[in-house]
Design a protein around this ligand. Structure first.
Ligand code: PBG
Length: 325
């Protein structure tokens, strides 16, 4: 044995203190954005059946959620609205009294320090459930841009701190940036869903936000899961158009893409740990097949390690509680 040369990696794993000293990646409450679903109506707190622990709230009960979020030190939420009226153009997406606009006004009045990110899309507001305006059975790109810009401006007027367009139309960052600037919101950043795949992992969200497409799918605007180089082209476009953050979505099956984007671009990189990724863990844990606490922390850590600066995740509240233990 004396002459054998090999590395003793275990030296640095000997005690919890040593392991902590050499830990390369850390998680903190500040890393998280917590998604919140707001519905029209009163006295509503309704659990999303495919997302145990996630609820739709009416505005009058939203404080139950937000008191918890702020007490845990989570700095930011992402707001999704579920309207009580839908039409072909998604007019309630940009209506001054739309559910998101009302919710944001309420939140910013009661929780002025909470960073409110508005998801800018039409699928929750259109009767066909697509993310833009339909012509001849497909989403018409350029016509949708005007509606998206209008939606972003209405969200900024309500008090949104960050606009997060998730619709995957070409040129949406340019259109929204122009719209915001013209309306006097030059300082409102755009957190672009730059890289969004046509993923099976959005299923539970479509129950939560009631925005499933009523015909066809989103493959003419969301990306093919097999494509890696295309992700960099998408990110480059959004950077050129003035995006301030780049989102990669989903996260868990796309850690390679998060790393590619981190290596190539210097903007803050955001991983969206989507509904299906949450549901998988919850289901396995309800069956007793996984240790939820350990699995969730490991999963979120992997996204940071891959290169994400920020994680949008339904696990945020639990994760912060567990990190404090
Ligand atoms: C709206 C939007 C979706 C998600 C976020 N914004 C749904 C979709 O594109 O189908 C999915 C989020 C999740 O699954 O957690 N376009």
């Amino acid at each position: 044995m004396k002459d054998l040369i090999f590395d003793r990696h275990r030296r640095l794993r000997k005690t919890p203190a040593l392991r902590s000293m050499v830990k390369e990646t850390s998680l903190s409450a500040k890393d998280f954005v917590y998604p919140v679903f707001v519905v029209e109506g009163h006295h509503i707190k309704k659990e999303v059946s495919s997302m145990p622990g996630v609820y739709q709230y009416s505005i009058d009960r939203l404080h139950e959620e937000l008191d918890e979020v702020t007490a845990l030190g989570i700095p930011s939420i992402m707001v999704f609205g579920i309207p009580d009226y839908k039409d072909a153009e998604g007019t309630m997406a940009y209506h001054d009294h739309g559910i998101v606009q009302k919710a944001i006004r309420y939140i910013k009045e009661k929780y002025p320090d909470l960073i409110v990110v508005a998801d800018t899309c039409l699928c929750e507001y259109t009767d066909h459930g697509h993310c833009g305006i339909i012509h001849n059975g497909d989403v018409e790109n350029d016509e949708s841009l005007a509606v998206l810009a209008k939606t972003a401006v209405s969200q900024a007027e309500a008090g949104a701190d960050i606009i997060a367009p998730s619709n995957m139309m070409d040129g949406f960052v340019t259109a929204i940036r122009h719209g915001l600037d013209e309306a006097g919101f030059k300082d409102i950043p755009i957190m672009s869903y730059a890289i969004k795949y046509a993923s099976a992992f959005y299923g539970p969200f479509r129950e939560a936000a009631e925005g499933a497409p009523q015909f066809g799918d989103r493959k003419t605007y969301q990306m093919d899961p097999g494509n890696r180089r295309e992700a960099l082209r998408e990110a480059q476009s959004d950077l050129n158009e003035g995006a301030d953050f780049l989102i990669v979505k989903p996260a868990l099956s796309y850690l390679d893409i998060i790393r590619d984007v981190r290596n190539r671009f210097d903007l803050p990189v955001v991983a969206y740990n989507v509904s299906g990724e949450y549901a998988m863990i919850k289901a396995a844990c309800q069956n007793g097949w996984l240790d939820e606490k350990a699995a969730v922390i490991e999963k979120l850590m992997s996204m940071k390690r891959a290169g994400a600066d920020i994680i949008i995740t339904y696990h945020a509240k639990d994760a912060v509680r567990w990190m404090k233990e």
